[in-house]
Design a protein. Structure first.
Length: 243
């Protein structure tokens, strides 16, 4: 099954989910086959030879079908990887942009999906040790807007980081979130365990909208902390919720 990574395109996410479905079906069928095989053995012990034969045939059939599904998934993965290589040569290109204080940035552009990506190894740390991955959906083949929003976010990063941590602390206090030792989550804990991971930019009818995500590195809360902002605006909307 093809591995899903952050910033996947919609088609890649759909392919990943179908692969997950095939793996689950295959595992369930193997489990059913084993259970039926045990039933065949029990029937044989109790001299129910006819039932034992039926159970054995069904068990072999189910396990064989499970093997076929697994083989199909492996072939499908190979085809996806080959298609990925061909698509990269056909649709992918590099866009180099001057991020000024952020340095020169090498973006990867997918012209088929209109997706622009920037790996997390290219930007300065956003927080103490957090490197951001950047993905822009609905992109027109240029990096100008993405660079502008990145520069805006980095210029505002002190207030953004403090506000997102504060929002997380308010959520923890409101919901009585405690650590394993029983103490309440505090500011120090959040500053050390809330990691700024990704900036997603969507080109909407109202204009480009950025969403900065910060995720707990050890699951002290089940949600992510978000900061939503518009291109050219220093107003940020903070929330805690699902991605």
């Amino acid at each position: 099954m093809s591995r899903r990574t952050d910033g996947d395109t919609p088609s890649e996410r759909s392919s990943f989910m179908f692969g997950m479905f095939l793996v689950i079906v295959s595992l369930l069928m193997k489990l059913v086959g084993v259970v039926i095989a045990v039933a065949a053995i029990l029937a044989m012990v109790n001299n129910a030879h006819g039932l034992a034969l039926v159970c054995a045939l069904v068990s072999v059939s189910v396990i064989f079908l499970s093997h076929l599904i697994s083989s199909y998934d492996e072939k499908r993965d190979a085809m996806i990887e080959e298609k990925r290589k061909n698509d990269r040569a056909k649709y992918y290109s590099e866009i180099i942009a001057n991020g000024k204080e952020l340095g020169w940035l090498r973006f990867e552009y997918d012209s088929r999906e209109n997706v622009l990506k920037l790996g997390r190894d290219q930007l300065p740390y956003f927080s103490d040790s957090d490197a951001l991955e950047v993905v822009t959906y609905g992109n027109d083949g240029t990096a100008d807007t993405t660079v502008a929003m990145l520069r805006q976010l980095y210029n505002d990063k002190i207030i953004v980081i403090e506000s997102m941590r504060s929002k997380c602390l308010d959520y923890c206090r409101s919901n009585g979130i405690r650590l394993k030792g029983g103490e309440l989550v505090n500011e120090w804990y959040i500053s050390n365990h809330l990691k700024f991971s990704q900036l997603i930019i969507n080109n909407t009818e109202e204009g480009p909208e950025g969403v900065l995500y910060a995720d707990p590195d050890n699951g002290f809360i089940d949600y992510t902390v978000k900061a939503v902002f518009r291109n050219g605006s220093n107003e940020y909307v903070y929330s805690v919720g699902m991605r």
